[in-house]
Design a protein around this ligand. Structure first.
Ligand code: G3H
Ligand code: 13P
Ligand code: ZN
Length: 312
C-alpha cells in the first residue's frame, strides 16, 4: 500500500454518513499513537502536516515516518498539507509526494481566494493530487496567524457553488462555529455549531465533501489532569462531540483534530513527571504520551467520526 488521495475515502464517507479523521503530526510518537489506534480499528486516515510541523521536524523526516507507518499498518493513508498559505508551499509538498494539499486563502478577498486556489488546483491535478480550499474564516491560531474572534465569519452559502465550480477544488472547508486551539467558546456559554449553514451549503453542493477545521473537543478530564499537575488552562472549552458526530453524518467527510492530541500528550507527560520526578530517560515519559494519543484517537474514530472498520 502506498499513500492514497482522499477521493475514494470521501466518496465512501459521504455515502456512509461518517467522516475521516485528519490528525496533525509533528514527530514519531504522535504518528505512532495515531496509526496504532487506526490499525487496531481498521480506520482510513489522513495525516496532516502544517507549515510549522514541516519547519519543526524537517520535511524528509515526516515523509519517511509516514511511509514507515504505512509499512507497519498497511492502512490507506493520505498525507495532507494543512493550511498551505502559498502556491510555492503547496507545490513543494506536491513535489515531495503529498497526496493532498490545502490552500488556505480564506482570509483573502473572494476573487483572490479563487485565483490562488485555481493556480494550486491546476498544478495539483496535473500531479494526481487533490486540493482542499476554504471559504469563511475561523477564529483562533494556526501557525503564527491569529484570527481574533471579531474577524471570524461564517461561510456564506450563496458563494459556494461559484467558488467550487470556478476553482475546481476537491473539498471545501467551511466556517460554522468551530475554531482553532483549546479556547473555542466562552465559559458559561452553550457551544452550538451552525447546522443551518452546513445544510444550506450541502444542498447547493450535492455529493461534495465538506471539511471541518478546529474540531477538537478539549476533554475536560484532560484539562483537569494538566491543571492538577501544575498546568494553567482555565476556560479551555471545545466542540461538543455529539455535534461533530452529527456533522459527520451529514456532508462533512473530514474532521481536523490537533489540540486534543496536544492536550493528551501534555497531560500524560505532566502526570508522569509528577509521579516520577527522578525520571530523565525520554522513553519513560514519551511512552505514556504516545499511549495517551492512541487512546484519544481510538475514541474519536469510534465515537466521533464513525470510521472504524472502513479502511478496506
Ligand atoms: O490548525 C492548525 C493546526 O492545529 C496546526 O497547528 O500550525 O501550530 O502546527 P500548527
Ligand atoms: P483544533 O485546534 O481544534 O484541534 O483544530 C485543528 C485543525 O483545524 C488543524 O487544521
Ligand atoms: Zn485548521
Amino acid at each position: 500500500m502506498s499513500l492514497v488521495t482522499t477521493k475514494e475515502m470521501f466518496a465512501k464517507a459521504y455515502d456512509g454518513g461518517y467522516a475521516i479523521g485528519a490528525f496533525n503530526v509533528n514527530n514519531m510518537e504522535i504518528i505512532q499513537g495515531i496509526t496504532e489506534a487506526a490499525a487496531e480499528l481498521k480506520a482510513p486516515l489522513i495525516l496532516q502536516v502544517s507549515k510549522g510541523a514541516r519547519a519543526y521536524a524537517n520535511r524528509t523526516y515526516l515523509m519517511k515516518l509516514v511511509e514507515a507507518a504505512i509499512i507497519e499498518t498497511g492502512l490507506p493513508i493520505c498525507l495532507h498539507l494543512d493550511h498551505g498559505d502559498s502556491f510555492e508551499l503547496c507545490k513543494a509538498c506536491i513535489d515531495d509526494g503529498f497526496t493532498s494539499v490545502m490552500i488556505d486563502a480564506s482570509s483573502k478577498p473572494f476573487e483572490e481566494n479563487i485565483e490562488l486556489t485555481k493556480q494550486v488546483v491546476a498544478y495539483a491535478h496535473d500531479h494526481g493530487v487533490v486540493v482542499e480550499a476554504e471559504l469563511g474564516t475561523l477564529a483562533g491560531i494556526e501557525d503564527e496567524v491569529v484570527v481574533a474572534e471579531g474577524h471570524a465569519s461564517y461561510t456564506r452559502p450563496e458563494e459556494v457553488e461559484e467558488f467550487v465550480s470556478r476553482t475546481g477544488c476537491d473539498s471545501l472547508a467551511i466556517a460554522i462555529g468551530t475554531s482553532h486551539g483549546a479556547y473555542k467558546f466562552k465559559p458559561g456559554t452553550k457551544p452550538q455549531l451552525r447546522f443551518d449553514v452546513l445544510e444550506e451549503v450541502s444542498k447547493r453542493l450535492p455529493g461534495f465533501p465538506i471539511v471541518l477545521h478546529g474540531s477538537s473537543s478539549v476533554p475536560q478530564d484532560l484539562v483537569a489532569k494538566v491543571n492538577n499537575y501544575g498546568g494553567n488552562m482555565p476556560g479551555a472549552i471545545g466542540v461538543p462531540e455529539d455535534q461533530l458526530r452529527k456533522a459527520a453524518s451529514m456532508a462533512v467527510c473530514k474532521i481536523n483534530i490537533d489540540s486534543d492530541l496536544r492536550l493528551a500528550m501534555t497531560a500524560a507527560i505532566r502526570e508522569h513527571f509528577a509521579l516520577y520526578p527522578d525520571h530523565f530517560d525520554p522513553r519513560q515519559y514519551l511512552k505514556p504520551a504516545r499511549a495517551a494519543i492512541k487512546d484519544v484517537v481510538a475514541h474519536k474514530l469510534v465515537n466521533v467520526l464513525g470510521c472504524d472498520g472502513k479502511a478496506f
